[in-house]
Each structure stands twice: as C-alpha cells, then as structure tokens.
Design a binder for this molecule. Structure first.
Ligand code: NAP
Length: 348
C-alpha cells in the first residue's frame, strides 16, 4: 500500500466508509445499507442507545403512510433499521438523531468522549450505524421521540455533544435535532445585514428557534407564517415575531398574499413538502431562502425560482454550523417564548 493510499483509506475510515455494505464506494449517508455490528474499531465509539428523535418530515411521512396506526409506524421503523443498519426513511431520505451513554471508546478515537458520558449525536441517523434490541417495545409509534435500546456507532469524524445537566433529555434531544436552523439563520442574517425575515412554519421547533436567532442577529422585521389560527395565537403569545400571518405554506399565492412585501431572508421550517414556491415568492429580489426542511425538493426550488425569474439565493440548510448546539440550547434557556412553543411539542 502506498503512503497516499494509506492516507486515503484513513480518511475514508474516519468518515465511516468501512461501515458501508451497499453500494460500495459511497459514504454512509448515501449508503443503502450499513454494517451496524456493535464491535467497534480502534477509532470508533459505541453508544448504548436510550432515545431516538425521528426528524419531523420523516415521522410525518411514516405516520401518514400508516394512517396514524402506531403499531404500523413502529413496525416500519424497525423494518427500516433492520434492513438498512441505520434509520433513514427511504421516502424522505431523512433521519434524526439520538441520545445514549458512551459504553466503549476505541483507543484511537479523537472525539474526546469517555465511557459513562451521556451524549447526543449531532450527526444524522441517516449515517449512524444503529442496531435496535428491544423491538421499540416502549414506543407507541405516535411521537417523534422514541425510547429505544440498542447500539450506535460514531466514527472519528462524527460529532456528539455531552447532554446538559439542566434540561430534560427530551428537550435537549428536540432542540439539538434542529440546532442547525437557528445557526444558519443567524449566519445569513448577519452576513446580509438583513432587517426583514420571514419564517415559514414559525411555530414549530426549528421555526421558533430561527425567529429568535434572527432577532439576536439583528433582524428588526420578523414575520412568522403559521398554518392556522391556533398556531397564530400561540406564536403571538410567544412574542417572537413582529407580525404573525396564517396561510398554507404549500399554497404559493396564499403565502405571497399573507406575507405582503417580500423579505430579505426567508427560512423554510415546515415539515411538509411543497413549500418551495411560496418561499421564493416571499423573498425579495437579491434576497436569500434557507431551506431547512427535509421535505424540500431541489427541482421544485430551482425550477420554480427560474420560472418566476426570481433573483434569489437558495441555501440548503446544512445541519452543521460551528457552535450550533450551544446557540440553540442558549436560545431555549434564555427566551421564554421559545420554551412556550417547544415544550408542548416535546411533552405531547
Ligand atoms: P415541527 O416542530 O413539526 O414544525 C413544523 C411546523 O410546520 C409545524 O408548526 C407545522 O404545523 C408547520 N406546518 C406543516 N405543514 C404546514 C403547512 N402546509 N403550512 C403551514 N405550516 C405548516 O418540525 P421541526 O422539528 O422544526 O422540523 C422542521 C423541518 O426541519 C422538518 O422538515 C425536518 O425534517 C427538518 N430538519 C432539518 C434538519 C437539517 O439539518 N436541515 C435537521 C432536522 C430537521 P403543525 O404542527 O400544525 O403540523
């Protein structure tokens, strides 16, 4: 083996390439199947899983396709994990994340984790080797949060956060799952020195955190678009937006009418497909749309914007931005309006 090949394989290993079973040559996120064997290599970490957080778009799709039958949703999740060695919804392509206890650390792991620490993975379930051993017996299949037993594996280039002591696990899990959204929003608002921001799906978890992050980053005209009057009342009471409007985010003309003057930045935080065109119409020429939703279609966004001759920059909401976990947890801790919207979803 040449030095160059050895270096390449070490880099691929750090990204989990050695765990890919099918198809060969791709990284774990793009794999159909991973090797979820609990025995770890020298640079890996094994977690004893306690709870999964299915991402909202995936859970909605599974729930709708099973007609709301919890047993069928549980069977579907078990089937996916058994078949794929990871929790990646084949329809939405999305996953979520998990919390667990570190139960083995390879001698060459660079993650700095110690056996016994309780952590949340900050990498997606779509690339995390996962084996479930309890049949998800404690989960009724009716919520995004899934009590679970089993094992998960972190690679050398994975990231994980030690769980904070001052928050319930379920809250940390929910906030950390969407922590990329407020970080991306803050970055875009700051870079553009933007004043006006519209958030679609503003009363949801990532939506309310994005509003709070936009405010903290200097935005002064915040519009929250929500689905209906009930959510409008909750968002108004939370005090996170200057203006609350209600419309179906999947109806582009209704979104445009509700938003009125387009904003410099639009953040898409709905968990349903079909929000691309409304988001483009809600955004001023020269502005930016951040598509955080996993239900976003690249083709609908790109071709829709072209068809509307809309000069907008469109960003894929990368789940990772440096400092994202601390920022989201701090927004949750310090802003009562954020807590008032997230808590009922977590305890529901
Ligand atoms: P959430 O808490 O369920 O919030 C979604 C919000 O959108 C809810 O308030 C929901 O209303 C609203 N909504 C759904 N359909 C709507 C419609 N047609 N019109 C108006 N509002 C609508 O979800 P979340 O956890 O914040 O996640 C939001 C999205 O981010 C999901 O697609 C999720 O998969 C994605 N995500 C992305 C990343 C990333 O790295 N980019 C990471 C994690 C999650 P109801 O509650 O009334 O349905």
């Amino acid at each position: 083996m040449t030095a160059e090949t050895a270096e390449m394989s070490a880099a691929a290993r750090a990204l989990g390439g050695h765990r890919v079973l099918d198809p060969p040559g791709v990284l774990p996120q793009a794999a159909r199947r991973l090797d979820a064997t609990p025995a770890i290599g020298p640079d890996e970490v094994r977690l004893s899983v306690q709870r999964l957080n299915l991402d909202a778009a995936s859970f909605r799709q599974l729930s709708e396709s099973c007609g709301g039958d919890g047993d069928a949703v549980r069977a579907a999740v078990l089937g996916i994990v058994a078949e794929r060695g990871k929790m990646q919804n084949p329809v939405t392509g999305s996953g979520g994340m998990l919390i667990g206890v570190v139960d083995a650390v390879g001698p060459r792991s660079p993650l700095g984790l110690a056996v016994g620490q309780r952590v949340a993975t900050l990498v997606s379930l779509t690339l995390t080797p996962l084996a479930i051993t309890d049949g998800l017996a404690r989960w009724e299949g009716r919520s995004e949060q899934v009590p679970a037993e089993g094992t998960a594996v972190l690679f050398a280039r994975s990231i994980a956060a030690v769980l904070p002591d001052d928050l319930p696990d379920a809250v940390s899990l929910a906030v950390l799952d969407v922590c990329g959204a407020p970080a991306a929003t803050a970055r875009v608002v700051r870079r553009a020195a933007a004043h006006s921001v519209v958030v679609l799906g503003a009363a949801g978890k990532s939506g309310c955190l994005s509003l709070a992050a936009a405010r903290a980053a200097g935005a002064t005209e915040l519009t929250g678009l929500v689905r209906d009057r009930r959510e409008a009342a909750a968002l108004s009471a939370a005090g996170l937006a200057d203006r609350v409007v209600a419309a179906d985010a999947t109806d582009p003309l209704a979104v445009a009418a509700a938003v009125g003057t387009p904003a410099e930045v639009t953040v898409v935080c709905v968990d349903a497909p079909g929000a691309e065109h409304g988001a483009v119409l809600a955004t001023a020429d020269g502005g930016t749309v951040v598509f955080f939703s996993m239900a976003t279609s690249f083709a609908q966004a790109a071709l829709g914007a072209e068809g509307m001759a809309a000069d907008v920059t469109m960003l894929i909401g990368n789940g990772y931005t440096p400092g994202h976990a601390a920022l989201a947890l701090d927004l949750y801790r310090s802003i009562p309006g954020v807590r008032s919207l997230i808590d009922p979803r977590v305890h529901a």
